[in-house]
Design a protein around this ligand. Structure first.
Ligand code: HEC
Length: 74
């Protein structure tokens, strides 16, 4: 096997391992931090969060607002 193929193989392995871990922690943050106030309905959707549509920038601003307004920084 060539050096390049080996390098590509290991990069793919890292991505394959990293992606589920990232998805997990996002879910975890939502459940742990946001779930304190945003309860889930019978379909497992978070109140106000699942039914709002915004741009990535809008989400950033919203999360900052949640942190600032509701003291989530510590
Ligand atoms: C301490 C309670 C509390 C926590 C924790 C909390 N929120 Fe909220 N959130 C609220 C309240 C109350 C509202 C409605 C009033 C408002 O928009 O500020 C709201 C509104 C929202 C909205 C709708 C805003 C809009 O303009 O329509 C979104 C989206 C949202 N929260 C996302 C989140 C996310 C993501 C997190 C976790 C990072 C989070 N919230 C954590 C209390 C909370």
């Amino acid at each position: 096997m060539t050096r390049l193929a080996l390098a590509m193989l290991s990069t793919c392995t890292v991505f394959a391992l990293a992606t589920p871990a990232l998805a997990n922690s996002g879910e975890q943050v939502l459940a742990d931090v946001c779930g304190a106030c945003h309860t889930r309905d019978e379909q497992g959707k978070y109140s106000r969060i699942d039914d709002s549509r915004r741009t990535p920038e809008g989400w950033d601003m919203n999360v900052v607002r949640m942190i600032r307004n509701y003291g989530l920084d510590g």
